[in-house]
Design a protein around this ligand. Structure first.
Ligand SMILES: C[S@@+](CC[C@H](N)C(=O)[O-])C[C@H]1O[C@@H](n2cnc3c(N)ncnc32)[C@H](O)[C@@H]1O
Length: 264
């Protein structure tokens, strides 16, 4: 049975985002690198701009911009995320419908792209155009932060289920295909609420899997002076502990997520 009151963005947020934690990480990382509090941020590929809204809550002096070329998540974000903010917080969140490849992105100290959204650019020239655009849109003390994933599991088709028992649903991250010649991979997100039929392909991602060295090379090509990799630590059970610190030595695990920070 499938009912119509299905809020795909709510299930997405519960499955793949922790906007408050991400906002704190962004602000702290900028301070670690620059020694000052960040005052202007931009969320590229912002979708429902949940992270932008959390950033606005953290500091009454902070302005945050968001850019996405799809109006559907922006409208949803206005109704569900922005509407929860105070008047002062709302006034510091500026969302626009636009293409991150176009020039004229809002000028900021910290730009960020999360949930691997830039994997949509499969050609080096296109990814370079985006990174150049980011570089040009940063203040002189600017920093660009993005996430990246990899590991041996990414080089084969597989589907992973996460049971969100308390919320009564399962989340499925489905890598449908992988082409070792192009590094292109097709991913889907499926959801299944308890007692209901599985909702297939609620979100779909046709991506190229970029490696950290490839990304660093392009970031350097467009002018960034330094790139730093933040790698996740491990807990006593050998699992990721959610704490990311700078390093040049990663662990060769089956599946990892890291952050790349490029400084102007
Ligand atoms: C994977 S979602 C990420 C949403 C959110 N940033 C997050 O962390 O979950 C990718 C978003 O990028 C947007 N997008 C894709 N290409 C874009 C482009 N060239 N310019 C602006 N937005 C783009 C899509 O509309 C979509 O909302």
């Amino acid at each position: 049975m499938v009912t119509s009151d299905f809020d795909k963005y709510e299930y997405y947020k519960k499955s793949v985002q922790t906007p408050d934690v991400e906002a704190q990480f962004l602000v702290k990382t900028f301070k670690d690198i620059r020694g000052t509090d960040v005052k202007t941020c931009r969320e590229d590929f912002c979708g429902t701009f949940a992270v932008s809204c959390e950033l606005a809550k953290l500091d009454p002096q902070l302005n945050v911009y968001g850019v996405d070329f799809d109006n559907e998540p922006i409208i949803y974000g206005n109704e569900t995320n922005l509407s929860l903010l105070s008047k002062n917080e709302k006034a510091r969140v500026h969302i626009s419908n636009g293409d991150v490849l176009e020039s004229g992105l809002p000028k900021v100290e910290l730009a960020f792209a999360l949930n691997f959204s830039y994997f949509i650019f499969k050609e080096r020239a296109l990814l370079k155009q985006y990174f150049q655009n980011v570089y040009n849109s940063l203040e002189n003390n600017g920093v660009f932060l993005m996430d990246c994933f990899g590991g041996s599991e990414c080089y084969e088709a597989n589907e992973e289920e996460t049971d969100h028992e308390d919320d009564g649903f399962s989340y499925f991250w489905d890598q449908d295909s992988y082409n070792p010649i192009t590094n292109e991979a097709q991913f889907y997100i499926h959801f299944q609420r308890d007692g209901e039929t599985k909702r297939e392909k609620v979100f779909s991602y046709d991506w190229r899997l970029w490696s950290i060295p490839e990304l660093r090379d392009i970031l350097t090509d467009v002018g960034f002076k330094k790139t730093t990799i933040y790698w996740e630590g491990t807990d006593e059970n050998g699992e990721g502990d959610g704490v990311y610190t700078p390093t040049e030595q990663g662990e060769d695990c089956e599946s990892w997520v890291a952050y790349i920070i490029a400084s102007k």
